[in-house]
Design a protein around this ligand. Structure first.
Ligand SMILES: Nc1ncnc2c1ncn2[C@@H]1O[C@H](COP(=O)(O)OP(=O)(O)OP(=O)(O)O)[C@@H](O)[C@H]1O
Ligand SMILES: [Mg+2]
Length: 482
C-alpha cells in the first residue's frame, strides 16, 4: 500500500516537473513573482521590519532615478569601509575612483542612534532578461517615521552634496550665435574643465578685507532659507574694481574654488540682443558665478554724459575698440539692468554675478547700485600686508631685513601685486630670496623715478592748459572790447 502511494506521488512529481519544464520562461517568472509576492506578504505579517525599495530606473522614462544615484553616492562614501565586496567606478574626468557596494552586498548604517540596513539587489526582468538594480532599505517598524521622514532625506541631501563636491567644475563662455541654426548647432554656452589654482590663500590682499569677503561669501552660500524669507532671489552681485594686475580675475577664480561653483564668463559684445542675454541667463545652472569682465568697455554702458573736453581726450584707440565691440551687439543698459536685478534674475538660484572694471567711475550708477552690485571690492596697489602674502607664497619667507625698506617704498610708490609677484618669482635656481627682494627694491626705485617724471610732465601739461585757457579768455575779452 505504502509503495503504491509512493509510486503515485513519484508519478505526480514527475508529471509536474515535466509540465514545468515545457512551460515558457515568462510563465516561470510570473509564477516566481506570484510566489514571492505572497511569501513576502506572509513574512510581513510576522516580521517587525519594514523594507523600502529604490529602483535604479524610473520605469516610464527609463531615466536613471536621482534618488538611486544619491543613495549610491551616499553609500559609496559612508559604507565602502564596511562592505566586504565593492565595485570600483571611474567616471570620465573624475578626480578619484568611486567605490560602491557590489551586487547582493549588505551594509549597516547608523544615524542618530537608529540602525538601518542597506542591500544592493539585482532582479532579472522582462523577456530579454534585463538586469534591474535597486537598493533595499530595511529598518525596524518602530523607526518607520524617523526613517521615512528624516533619514531618507538626509541620505538624498548628503548624496547630492557629495555629487556637487566631486563633480568636475566647468568654465563656460557664450557662443557668438548669428542665427537660430547656430544656437541649435552649438548651443548658447560652450565649456571646458575649470581647474584654476587661485585660492584665497594664494590671493594677496589686506587680511581684514580678505576675511570680510570670505565671511560674505560663506554667509551667502548658507542663506537659501534667508533669501526665501526676505523674498529675494538667491543671488548676490560683486563689483571688483581697480587697476590692471591687482587680482580681480584671480579673485573670481578663488571665489569659484571656495564655493565650488561653475563660472560663466559672459562676453557681452558677443550677445546679439537683450533676448539673447535672457536666453543665456536661463541656461546657466545654479551654484555658478556669472562674470562680465571689463564691464566698462564691454558696451557703452556709461550713463554719465562726459564733458566735451573729456570726450575729446578719450583716445581714438579706446573709441575704435568700443565701436568695434558694439557692432555685433544690441544689448542695452536696461537689458543688462533687468538681467541683473529684474524679473529675469529670479530664474535659477544660488548664483553670483561679478563685474570687473579698471574704471569704476565710468559706470552708470544704476548698474552698480546695491541690489545689483551688492558688494563693491576695490583691488588696489600692493601694500605691505599684500607684499608679505606674496613673499610667503613666492619665496616661503615671512620676515627678512629688507622687508622694512620694501614696506617704506610700497608706501611711496604704486606697484600692482602682479608686478610685485613678477619680481619675487625666482627666474633660476640661483635666485635666492635675497636676490628677488633686491630685484623688487630696484623695480620700486625705477617705478618711483618714472612716477616722478610723469608727475613733472603732468605739471607741465596742466600749466600749458591753464596758459591756453588764459589766452582764450584774453582773446574773448578783446573780442568783447572790440
Ligand atoms: N592680489 C593678488 N594676489 C596674488 N596674485 C596676484 C594678485 N594680483 C595679481 N596677481 C597675479 O598677477 C597676475 C594677474 O592677475 P589678475 O589677472 O587677477 O589681474 P586683474 O586685476 O584681473 O588684471 P586685469 O584688470 O588686467 O584683468 C595673475 O597671474 C596673478 O597671479
Ligand atoms: Mg582680469
Amino acid at each position: 500500500m505504502f509503495a503504491d502511494n509512493m509510486r503515485q506521488l513519484g508519478q505526480l512529481i514527475a508529471t509536474a516537473m515535466f509540465i514545468w519544464a515545457i512551460l515558457p520562461e515568462w510563465f516561470h517568472q510570473q509564477f516566481r513573482q506570484f510566489l514571492e509576492k505572497y511569501f513576502v506578504k506572509l513574512i510581513g505579517y510576522v516580521c517587525p521590519y519594514i523594507k523600502i525599495k529604490f529602483d535604479e530606473y524610473n520605469d516610464e522614462y527609463f531615466q536613471r532615478s536621482k534618488a538611486y544615484a544619491a543613495i549610491e553616492r551616499y553609500l559609496g562614501a559612508n559604507s565602502s569601509d564596511k562592505a566586504k565586496r565593492l565595485k570600483a567606478n571611474v567616471f570620465r574626468n573624475c578626480k578619484s575612483v568611486v567605490l560602491n557596494m557590489d551586487d547582493y552586498e549588505e551594509v549597516v548604517d547608523k544615524f542618530k542612534g537608529v540602525t538601518v540596513w542597506w542591500a544592493s539587489c539585482v532582479t532579472i526582468r522582462g523577456r530579454n532578461e534585463e538586469e534591474r538594480r535597486f537598493y533595499r532599505l530595511t529598518c525596524h517598524r518602530k523607526d518607520r517615521d524617523f526613517v521615512t521622514k528624516v533619514y531618507v532625506k538626509h541620505v538624498l541631501d548628503e548624496g547630492e552634496a557629495i555629487a556637487l563636491r566631486s563633480r568636475q567644475r566647468k568654465l563656460y563662455t557664450n557662443n557668438k550665435n548669428e542665427s537660430a541654426w547656430d544656437v541649435y548647432r552649438r548651443g548658447t554656452w560652450s565649456s571646458i574643465v575649470f581647474e584654476h589654482p587661485s585660492t584665497f590663500d594664494t590671493l594677496a590682499m589686506d587680511p581684514r578685507k580678505k576675511k570680510e569677503i570670505l565671511d560674505d561669501l560663506m554667509t551667502f552660500s548658507r542663506s537659501k532659507d534667508y533669501y526665501k524669507k526676505i523674498g529675494k532671489s538667491w543671488k548676490r552681485g560683486y563689483l571688483l574694481y581697480g587697476p590692471p594686475g591687482t587680482g580681480k580675475s584671480s579673485m573670481i577664480a578663488a571665489m569659484a574654488n571656495l564655493l565650488e561653483y561653475d563660472i560663466y564668463d559672459l562676453e557681452l559684445a558677443s550677445v546679439k540682443d537683450n533676448t539673447g542675454l535672457r536666453k543665456l541667463l536661463i541656461e546657466t545652472s545654479s551654484k555658478s558665478i556669472i562674470v562680465i569682465e571689463d564691464i566698462d568697455c564691454s558696451l557703452d554702458l556709461t550713463g554719465q554724459r562726459k564733458s566735451k573736453k573729456e570726450d575729446d581726450k578719450e583716445d581714438e584707440k579706446e573709441k575704435k575698440k568700443k565701436k568695434k565691440k558694439e557692432e555685433g551687439s544690441e544689448v542695452t543698459l536696461s537689458g543688462l539692468l533687468n538681467f541683473i536685478d529684474g524679473l529675469w534674475s529670479a530664474c535659477g538660484s544660488e548664483r553670483l554675478i561679478v563685474f570687473t572694471t579698471n574704471h569704476v567711475k565710468k559706470l552708470d550708477p544704476a548698474l552698480i547700485r546695491r541690489g545689483r552690485m551688492d558688494k563693491h571690492i576695490e583691488m588696489s596697489y600692493c601694500c605691505f600686508e599684500t607684499f608679505k602674502v606674496l613673499a610667503k607664497n613666492y619665496l616661503d619667507i615671512e620676515s627678512h631685513e629688507l622687508f622694512e625698506t620694501i614696506g617704506r617704498m610700497l608706501g611711496e610708490t604704486k606697484m600692482t601685486p602682479a608686478d610685485v609677484a613678477e619680481n619675487l618669482m625666482p627666474k633660476s635656481n640661483e635666485e635666492v630670496a635675497e636676490i628677488c627682494l633686491k630685484k623688487l627694491i630696484k623695480s620700486l626705485e625705477d617705478a618711483k623715478e618714472v612716477a616722478r617724471l610723469k608727475a613733472m610732465e603732468d605739471e607741465k601739461i596742466k600749466a600749458k592748459d591753464e596758459e591756453d585757457e588764459d589766452e582764450d579768455d584774453e582773446e574773448e575779452e578783446e573780442e568783447v572790447d572790440s
